[in-house]
Design a protein around this ligand. Structure first.
Ligand code: G6P
Length: 607
């Protein structure tokens, strides 16, 4: 969701800006633009197409200082006049976030004679900075004055044609980091945009402002107090964000799952026992008197939470609730200081999850754990405990490897909680750890089902609706399957616990409604089979993902695929994989934009 790249260097920075925007495309956007200080004046290029079109439009543009942006529309439709950068007099600005008091600012600035040409909240920032420059000619200080008037979330980058060679950036609530090098200094929404020029990253804190030139970096708080921020050498490999031999990032990420799981579980090592310290030095003390768990998350991350609830209650005996972060943050709830808050997020920057976490802490719930794929993210930094999934960068908007690694992390949490509660024998623990360790091999075998799933996908291309069924810990897997299908193929899909079928969704079943069922061989299989017969009796067409030993037979109205092995408690981690593959291949058949589905963003950094 909205990406920023900015640069001040000794050489032409236009290729760096364009390459950086390409690396941020995965975040989701619907227009793009850049502004540079050319021969003494701001030159701006904007496009409502892809970054490649912006690149073509910017051919011939050269400069040593500039800012660039991909916009995901919030205020005003995607069109050229609303695309960033926004210009006011001598300055240009790009912005990620939402300014909540923009209407007040707009009225005020209009009264002062500033003319608005877009529908965005960002344009009020541009005019506000220009107004500040009238009393304070130094851009660094003028931006500080302007930022202090902003209410909401923002990351901004600003240039002024009267102060060439300088970029000023600031953040409050939205992500922004600096890349520092001998050749120049840069800023971006995430590290992947800057690996092309440097590995040395400086993570700005909320309320920080920085001035970059080709040879210097100056950081202060928004009140002007100078601060130092450490330089981190990014471990992110440039290859990890390349597509390689794959056609789409989603495909690459589905097939990376064995490695992602192996990397995530490396922390468990070769031992037969897991210690609470895996979640941080304070974990043993903090978890000792936990009496319940509340999981907060959005989207796919909430589905890993719903799955974990089954594990945490069944294996660890700890009461567990899962809430969609955007609901929890606004409802009146009863705080419980002994409850562990678990914030699950791939990006660690989802605005609702972060706000829900802060809300819980403000209510007096101090025990917090982040399960996250980005170690430097806000959610990780704001929790007392952490488990970093090591899925590697996830670029496809539809989350895949982040989900399965979150599940692995949550199973580790389950084992630790079960130990804390004295509910896990050494033998059971060793067996579970062996199963965790075997996951990469087991996933590899499931991935080999791809050709059969591909042949099923063709049958979905003309369908407008699909129903996903699961029971028990596989019900959240049905939810995730339905989400994947709707996200990338635009087929309306719903998931139901199979036992609920006759309380409504059965009315929808006919020959045009494919019914996809997750049918592992567990204690609910017989119940599920009865549910499937209810579908057959209404002329429904079933697509069943069973285990090797599930006693379900193929028939005219039952298409059947068997997963190679039955995986007990950890079975949800295997059963989601064919559903990911199914959505991917249905989307291919339908010709949709798999990695960047319409209207969606990878990191939802605004409400
Ligand atoms: C967006 C993405 C989803 C993701 C959700 C939560 O909607 O498109 O793939 O599951 O945000 O993101 P998070 O980074 O917090 O896991």
């Amino acid at each position: 969701m909205c990406g920023i790249v900015a640069a001040a260097a000794g050489n032409n920075i236009v290729p760096v800006l364009i390459e950086g925007l390409k690396k941020l495309e995965y975040r989701g956007y619907d227009s793009a633009g850049l502004a540079v200080i050319g021969a003494g004046a701001i030159e701006r290029v904007r496009s409502t197409g892809r970054v490649a079109e912006l690149e073509a439009a910017a051919t011939g543009t050269r400069a040593v200082t500039g800012i660039a942006h991909t916009r995901w529309a919030t205020h005003g439709v995607p069109c050229e006049k609303n695309a960033h950068p926004h210009v006011s007099g001598t300055i240009a600005v790009v912005h990620n976030g939402i300014i909540e008091n923009y209407e007040t600012l707009r009225r005020e600035l209009t009264a002062q004679g500033y003319e608005f040409t877009s529908d965005t909240d960002t344009e009020s920032i541009a005019h506000l900075i220009q107004a500040s420059l009238q009393g304070e000619p130094d851009l660094f200080k003028a931006v500080q004055i302007a930022c202090r008037r902003l209410v909401g979330a923002f990351a901004i980058a600003v240039i002024d044609q009267n102060q060439p060679g300088k970029v000023v950036v600031a953040r409050e609530g939205s992500p922004l980091l600096l890349g520092v090098s001998e050749a120049g200094n840069y800023a971006a929404s995430d590290a992947s945009a800057l690996l092309q020029v440097t590995r040395n990253m400086v993570y700005l804190e909320n309320g920080d402002i920085a001035e970059l030139t080709a040879h210097s970096v100056k950081i202060a708080r928004l009140d002007g107090t100078p601060v130092e921020r450490p330089v981190h050498v990014s471990q992110l490999s440039a290859a990890a964000v390349e597509l390689g031999n794959y056609q789409h990032y989603m495909q690459k990420e589905i097939f990376e799952q064995p490695e992602a799981l192996a990397n995530t579980l490396e922390i468990v090592g070769g031992s037969k026992s897991i210690q609470p310290g895996i979640f941080g030095a304070a974990a043993a003390d903090l978890l000792a008197d936990v009496d319940s768990i509340l999981i907060l998350a959005c989207g796919t991350s909430s589905h890993s939470g719903y799955t974990a609830r089954y594990w945490l209650e069944a294996i660890a005996g700890v009461p567990c609730n899962v809430e969609i972060a955007s609901e929890y943050r606004y409802r009146t709830s009863v705080p419980n200081p002994r409850q562990l808050i678990v914030a699950i997020s791939q990006s660690g920057e989802t605005a609702d999850t972060l706000a829900a976490l802060r809300h819980a802490k403000a209510l007096g719930q101090p025990k917090t754990l982040a399960i996250c794929n980005v170690p430097e993210s806000a959610i990780v930094r704001e929790c007392s405990l952490r488990f970093i999934t090591r899925a590697g960068p996830e670029i496809g908007v539809a989350s895949t490897k982040a989900f399965t690694t979150q599940l692995a992390a949550l199973f580790v949490l389950t084992l630790v909680m079960a130990k804390v509660k004295g509910r896990l024998s050494a033998e059971q623990e060793a067996t579970y750890i062996d199963q965790l360790r075997h996951l990469p091999v087991a996933i590899n075998k499931v991935l080999q089902l791809e050709p059969a799933i591909k042949s099923w996908a063709k049958r979905f291309a003309d369908k407008h609706h699909a129903l996903f069924l699961g029971r028990g810990r596989h019900y959240p897997i049905a939810l995730e399957g339905a989400l994947k299908l709707k996200e990338i193929s635009y087929i309306h899909a719903e998931a139901y616990p199979a036992g609920e079928l006759k309380h409504g969704p059965l009315a929808l079943v006919d020959a045009n409604m494919p019914v996809i069922s997750v049918a592992p061989n567990d204690q609910l299989l017989d119940k599920l089979k009865s549910n499937l017969r209810e579908v057959q009796a209404r002329g429904g067409e079933l697509y069943v993902f069973a285990d090797a030993d599930s006693e379900i037979r193929e028939a005219e109205d039952i298409h059947l695929l068997r997963l190679p092995e039955h995986y007990g408690e950890l079975s949800p981690i295997l059963h989601v994989i064919p559903l990911q593959l199914l959505s991917y291949h249905v989307a291919l058949v339908k010709g949709t934009d798999v990695d960047k589905p319409r209207n969606l963003a990878k990191s939802v950094t605004v409400e």
